[in-house]
Ligand binder design. Structure first.
Ligand code: HEM
Length: 444
């Protein structure tokens, strides 16, 4: 049968039979615009007024905010084929890496990487993570001795970049590479305000992209040369070996995967650790309680430190918004969702829902240690996402964070010279400004 593919979809959208979505009135959006609020302010109002699945319009088409756990599960975990990731601007930086890939290519890439970030794959990184944490602790000991002021956020970024670099290449991060890779943070920060046109956007950050590409080319060439780093072969070498049998792993895809893991794997962890220290500054007893939970290296202390990380990720899930696009019409929580609708799943608001988390604004790591003190409904806590596109590096991120804190918490207490007075809600939610600190040595 001949089809007029130009004017009619080949597969007609399935009619959705649900009720109409509750929608924020135009005044609410207008008032928000007039006050030049952050997107999070509008989303908070929409959730408070209309509930956990509701629409609002910034342009002609509605966007659906999803915060209710059951609906979050429906979108991310039960029907990932109906709610898909759309090509995003980060492609400029990460190309066809696993974070942006879709369809069969994504499945292949994910399968290969998955084995590297679970079970035995993860055990290979254990020593490298410990070595990176010790290196950071030595730097902190130096800062404490000299009494100099340094930026805590920068320190955390340096640690997280060193850790992922060691995992990828088998080498510690050297000064020159660290310097070149500052271009990654520059491009990530620029992404939201780049010109809409792909070529113009590329031009705007061409210098930084060239620096990143040069580092990636060098790392791929070293992995191809087959010489393992001092800590054994890196993940990049695993990819290079896979490439010998899989023609789809071109040099370009190897570059994209490397940059993807650098991007996905360091800013998120660094931001989490920075928030954690800002929260401890206001709640010093939480540090003492974590250290009192057990001897150094004991499972009890480790669990208590992990609870600090989990509670930080509840209040500040660095990936605070997970955008999806309805590939087909659907009924979500009883509401009709048209094909083509954009959705925003918002872990940040789910984690601050008083119906799920009592006294949600309060930092209380005991939620994650005391039995029965947190909601276990799937979809109520999702700092790493859920479903098939959930974070590949979850175990890695938790392990490196706990390893660093086991080294740093006992010996040093940072004193902030100033603290950012607000959060910046961009691709990640991060402290909006520098975080200068000095250290004092703490009694162990
Ligand atoms: C605290 C640190 C981290 C947080 C909060 C975090 C959060 C997330 C979230 C929420 C997603 C899912 C995005 C979505 O569904 O749209 C994701 C995906 C991903 N993360 Fe992480 N992440 C962290 C650390 C890491 C690390 C250390 C790595 C690598 C070693 C990593 C690699 C990835 C990758 C590759 C994906 C894409 C998976 C896919 O699309 O199949 N992440 N992350």
């Amino acid at each position: 049968m001949a089809t007029d593919a130009g004017s009619r979809p080949l597969v007609p959208p399935r009619p959705a039979s649900g009720r109409a979505l509750p929608e924020a009135d135009a005044d609410c959006v207008e008032r928000w615009r007039t006050h030049k609020g952050e997107l999070v302010d509008l989303l908070t109002q929409v959730r408070e007024r209309l509930g956990g699945v509701a629409a609002f319009r910034l342009g002609p088409e509605p966007t659906v905010l999803v915060t209710e756990p059951e609906a979050v599960q429906h979108v991310l975990a039960r029907h990932p084929g109906r709610y898909v990731k759309r090509s995003h601007r980060a492609r400029l930086l990460i190309g066809d890496g696993v974070l942006a890939a879709t369809g069969e290519a994504w499945q292949r890439q994910r399968k290969l990487l998955q084995s590297q970030f679970t079970g035995t794959g993860m055990r290979r990184y254990e020593q490298r993570i410990t070595a990176a944490a010790r290196t950071a602790a030595e730097r902190w000991a130096g800062h404490a001795r000299t009494g100099r002021t340094f930026d805590l956020g920068e320190e955390m970024r340096r640690f997280a970049l060193d850790t992922i670099w060691r995992a990828l290449t088998g080498h510690p991060l050297d000064e020159a590479t660290a310097h070149e890779l500052t271009a990654v943070a520059t491009v990530v920060a620029a992404l939201p305000s780049l010109p809409a046109d792909q070529v113009d956007a590329q031009d705007a950050v061409a210098g930084d992209l060239a620096r990143i590409d040069a580092v990636a080319r060098h790392a791929v060439a070293a992995a191809r040369a087959g010489a393992p780093g001092p800590d054994g072969p890196g993940l990049l070498q695993v990819l290079v070996e896979a490439a010998a049998e899989r023609p789809e792993y071109t040099d370009q895809l190897l570059r994209d995967e490397l940059v993807t893991l650098l991007v996905a794997g360091h800013e998120t962890t660094a931001t989490t650790l920075t928030w954690l220290y800002l929260l401890l500054d206001r709640h010093p007893s939480a540090r003492e309680e974590a250290l009192a939970a057990g001897r150094p290296g004991s499972p009890e202390r480790r669990a208590a430190i992990q609870a600090l990380v989990s509670e930080t990720l509840r209040l500040y899930p660095s990936a605070w918004l997970l955008p999806r696009h309805a590939a087909e019409a659907d009924v979500l929580a009883g509401y009709a969702v048209e094909a083509g609708t954009d959705l925003l799943v918002c872990p940040y608001l789910t984690h601050r829902d008083p119906g799920l988390w009592p006294d949600p604004e309060h930092f209380d790591p005991r939620r994650f240690t005391a039995a029965g003190s947190r909601p276990t409904r799937p979809g109520a806590y999702l700092p790493f996402g859920i479903g098939p596109r959930a974070c590949l590096g979850q175990q890695f991120a938790l392990r490196e964070s706990v390893a660093l804190l086991e080294e740093l918490l006992p010996g040093h207490v940072p004193h902030f010279r100033s603290v950012p007075d607000r959060a910046a809600y961009s691709i990640t939610v991060r402290p909006d400004g520098p975080t200068p600190v000095t250290l004092t040595s703490a009694p162990k």
